[in-house]
Design a protein around this ligand. Structure first.
Ligand code: NAP
Length: 294
């Protein structure tokens, strides 16, 4: 069996077109969703991510407010900016780009963001609401994974899902979303990590594998059941002298061989990646609607 590719770029483009229509409808009511991004320091990867967010906002009609602060910004200055954005009615979503420079207290900053504007879904109030199944801003990468599954008509209910990785931004939240008693949940989920004794024993049982380990070739073909759905979240740089930049991006799954066993598979790049910013835009539009009482 050769897997069908889940085209994350296309799903993201479809969702952005839907959002653009929603934003146009809100504008007719005088509502313009606004997203504030806070970047401290000069990290090139973070900078290019922020630029991509800015472009995406422009594309769908969201007001984007960028705050680029120098690397020596103090905790007090950063907290004052978060407070200002919390109280700015033009802003519906606040995103503080992580990681912050070492001298800053990341959790204090994230806790200070108004949960109603926490479009990243990292505030403990939103995490708690997600866990108990209440409406909340869902964290963007796992929410993007869920959308890829749903929009590819993958059966989630009753499926055996194995998540490889237990981080707070991917592994734990996607596991949580998939066990919810809901239309997009009801799966039986196993979460694996570096202390898991026999990873293959688990993955071989899985109808759906979600790999978020941050290590190339964590999931190889001999670890995958015929016909499984494989979602590769990993983004890893491997040296490649044939590329101008000296490296290429690969996921956590041995794509070329696993695609011969899976029924559906996401590529890297072009799978989960394009969904993350899209879900951030989605949350920002939701936040603007809620703020307007719609
Ligand atoms: P992370 O915080 O480093 O967590 C990695 C998790 O994988 C940990 O729980 C770790 O276990 C587990 N792990 C590592 N190697 C393993 C192995 N060989 N077997 C089993 N478990 C293993 O990473 P993350 O932030 O979740 O990100 C994971 C990957 O997704 C990274 O490549 C990241 O770049 C990518 N990512 C992509 C997007 C996107 O938008 N496409 C967004 C976020 C992340 P322990 O807990 O035991 O250490």
């Amino acid at each position: 069996m050769t897997a069908q590719i889940i085209d994350g770029k296309q799903v993201a483009a479809d969702m952005r077109a839907e959002l653009k229509t929603k934003v146009a409808g809100l504008k007719e009511k005088g509502i313009v969703p606004g997203l504030a991004v806070v970047l401290v320091g000069e990290d090139p990867a973070s900078k290019s991510y922020v630029t991509a967010k800015e472009r995406a906002c422009e594309e769908i009609g969201i007001y984007s407010n960028d705050n680029c602060l120098s690397a020596d910004t103090s905790q007090e200055e950063l907290m004052a900016l978060v407070d200002k954005l919390n109280n700015d009615p033009k802003i519906n979503g606040i995103l503080v780009q992580l990681p912050l420079p070492k001298h800053l207290n990341e959790s204090e900053v994230l806790l200070a963001i108004d949960p109603k504007k926490d479009v990243d879904g990292f505030h403990p109030i939103n995490v708690g609401k997600m866990v108990v199944g209440e409406e909340a801003f869902l964290p963007c990468t796992p929410h993007g994974i869920l959308q890829l599954l749903v929009r590819s008509n993958v059966t989630i209910e009753g499926s055996e899902v194995v998540v490889v990785g237990r981080s707070n931004i991917v592994g734990k939240p996607i596991a949580n979303m998939l066990i919810q008693k809901s239309d997009t949940g009801n799966a039986t989920v196993t979460v694996c990590h570096t202390r898991t004794k026999n990873l293959a024993e688990h993955t071989l049982r899985a109808d759906i594998i979600i790999a978020a380990a941050g290590r190339p070739d964590t999931v190889t073909a001999d670890m995958v059941k015929d016909g499984a759905v494989v979602i590769d979240v990993g983004v890893n740089r491997v040296e490649d002298a044939t590329k101008k930049r000296g490296y290429r991006l690969v996921g956590d799954v041995s794509f070329d061989t696993v695609k011969e066993k899976a029924s559906l598979i996401t590529p890297v790049p072009g799978g989960v990646g394009p969904m993350t910013i899209t879900m951030l835009l989605f949350n920002t539009v939701q936040s603007a609607k809620i703020a307007a009482g719609l």
